[in-house]
Write a protein that binds this ligand. Structure first.
Ligand code: PEP
Length: 257
């Protein structure tokens, strides 16, 4: 058994306006009443325009929910039209931010240089990056899924300190499993999550490797989360579709029974 606290993060993607987001976070707060939230960290990642509303609801209701953003600018401030900085997110009480989600890589051309800069921007603002890595189908079929994923990991964390590395969260999300209903087998998830931890050990030593939470993401539901969480190197889940339903996401958070 590790000392790592499991983390269940809900990526709302581009869904739910602020009123719908408010309804979801309030209902999630109610549903989490039946979950031992001292044993699991529950996080929501709404669209930017919902974050202020989520902040107000979480603070007013003292809900056991942390929140963050789905993206961050690599820049601190200035003439970057449309972007949102880490300090703006921190000012809203955000704690986490996903970096390098496969949809950002695919539709916005984000490569290791961009994800690396965003990881650093998150740390500079006091946010915890959830660095997303994972292979497309053709890389898995060619048997290159581990090396492909580790190249994304190592590019994304290049130049960060051991102290920063210790607090980062890595989400292993095979692209072929995202939004497809096709979840990786627990053994497949474990293989890559372990390889990620081994890579962190090579780069930053045992203490960092044992502290970092490695999540699995890709079609996680309440019906499959338990078997994934049974694996030694899977410390939580990054959940898309199933995080849009309060009852289902609370069941995922309460997977321990
Ligand atoms: C995701 O958005 O990161 C994700 C894993 O989505 P889904 O759970 O819908 O596959």
């Amino acid at each position: 058994m590790s000392n790592r606290k499991p983390l269940m993060a809900g990526n709302w993607k581009m869904n739910l306006d602020w009123k719908q987001g408010l309804a979801l976070v309030e209902e999630l707060g109610e549903q989490l009443a039946s979950v031992d939230t001292s044993k699991v960290e529950t996080v929501v990642l709404p669209p930017f325009v919902d974050i202020r509303t989520v902040q107000t609801a979480v603070e007013a209701g003292k809900l056991p929910i942390a929140y963050g953003a789905q993206d961050i600018s690599a820049h601190e401030s200035g003439a970057y039209t449309g972007e949102v900085s880490g300090s703006m997110l921190a000012a809203l009480g955000a704690t986490y931010v996903t970096v390098g989600h496969s949809e950002r890589r695919q539709y916005h051309g984000e490569d290791e240089q961009v994800t690396g800069a965003k990881v650093k921007a998150a740390f500079a603002a006091g946010l915890v990056p959830i660095l997303c890595v994972g292979e497309p189908l053709e890389e898995r079929q060619a048997g290159r899924h581990v090396e492909y994923t580790l190249a994304q990991l190592e590019g994304g964390i290049e130049g960060i300190s051991a102290e920063q590395a210790k607090s980062i969260v890595i989400a292993y999300e095979p692209v072929w499993a995202i939004g497809t209903g096709e979840v990786a087998t627990p053994d497949d998830a474990q293989e890559v999550c372990k390889a990620i931890r081994d890579s962190l050990r090579r780069l930053h030593g045992d203490e960092v490797a044992e502290a970092v939470r490695v999540l699995y993401g890709g079609s996680v539901k309440s019906s499959n989360v338990g078997e994934l969480m049974d694996k030694a190197d899977v410390d939580g889940a990054l959940v898309g579709g199933a995080s849009l339903k309060a009852e289902e996401f609370a069941r995922i958070a309460g997977y321990q029974g």
